[in-house]
Design a protein around this ligand. Structure first.
Ligand code: RIB
Ligand code: CA
Length: 309
């Protein structure tokens, strides 16, 4: 059996690809998908997780979590993902309903009942922080927390802060301080994992309706990255966390001490990274620094190929 994970996400185009990769990989046992407000409102991210799991035939429940950040005002990323959080394709309304069990209770139940559960977080860290505060006695059982978030050299919502952290810095601060093995995929890494037109063409060449829908979503994502950031090729931020669990050898990493800025006027939500160990503080993260993009795209296409009917 593969690595047991809970995927906490805010679909979101790149979250959608992460769900599909996790659900289709033989190296991952996807225990469930928990949703959080982030790229769009909770009802949208939850609906999108239901749509994607149904579209890809991934038989897992979706557990709704936090609708708002812990302290700050809510922000969304409709400029990137559209109002629904998953614009750009002709998507059917889900037939499945969300679970009546909420995200935090599901996390606790899974971690209580299973050994070696990994939490993968690809949205704001509100649910993970609430889990840690409500079930501190269970934190020691968590095998690893793998987070897409933060930026060392740059942000993408402010010059200093990346969206997942900036959307709930107080939650990130709680999670960053947890005494659990933690791995971070910051923007410095995820911008190396970009998808381009010819990669999307290869997905279309499988010639299946499902994969054409996924290609449509990726083309929308690429279009917004071109319009908003002037970038050719969209960084597949969230799927890098799943690729790390499946094929860690395609990455390089360093151990760094990182803390979240909560007071700065222009640095609120920044992930302040001690590259040169000047604080003498023990590193609290394995930070993914390099990815072999060719291997990443190969893995993506291999897993997508499982959907060609
Ligand atoms: O900054 C990129 C991150 O914010 C990704 O997880 C994207 O889905 C959004 O949640
Ligand atoms: Ca996300």
């Amino acid at each position: 059996m593969g690595r047991k994970i809970i995927l906490d996400c805010d679909p979101g185009h790149d979250d959608a690809i992460a769900i599909i990769m996790a659900g289709l990989s033989d190296d991952i046992e996807l225990l469930g998908v928990t949703t959080v407000a982030g790229n769009s409102y909770l009802e949208n991210t939850t609906r999108n997780a239901l749509i994607i799991t149904e579209l890809a035939g991934i038989d897992v429940e979706v557990y709704p979590g936090a609708a708002k950040p812990l302290v700050r005002d809510q922000i969304v990323a409709h400029d990137i993902h559209g109002y629904s959080g998953l614009e750009g394709a002709d998507l059917k309304e889900p037939t499945k309903k969300p679970s009546k069990e909420d995200a935090v209770h599901f996390m606790a139940k899974m971690i209580k009942e299973n050994e070696n559960v990994t939490i993968v977080a690809t949205g704001p860290l509100t649910n993970v922080a609430l889990f840690a505060k409500m079930y501190p006695q269970l934190i020691g059982k968590v095998r690893e927390i793998v987070i897409m978030g933060g930026g060392i050299a740059f942000g993408n919502v402010t010059p200093a802060a990346e969206f997942n952290i900036y959307a709930d810095p107080e939650a990130a601060d709680i999670v960053f301080k947890l005494d659990v093995p933690k791995t971070l995929a910051p923007l410095d890494l995820t911008h190396q994992a970009y998808i381009q037109k010819d990669d999307v063409e290869k997905i279309r060449q499988f010639g299946s309706d499902i994969l054409n829908t996924i290609a449509d979503l990726l083309e929308f994502f690429m279009k917004t990255y071109k319009e908003v950031f002037g970038i050719d090729g969209a960084p597949l931020h969230d799927p890098t966390t799943i690729a790390y669990l499946i094929e860690p050898d395609m990455f390089e990493w360093e151990d760094y001490y990182i803390e979240v800025e909560l007071k700065g006027k222009s640095t609120y939500g920044a992930t302040v990274t001690d590259i040169w160990k000047v604080t003498k503080k023990k590193p609290n993260f394995r930070v993914l620094t390099k990815i072999d993009r060719g291997e990443f795209i190969k893995l993506l296409l291999k897993l997508m190929g499982k959907l060609k009917k």
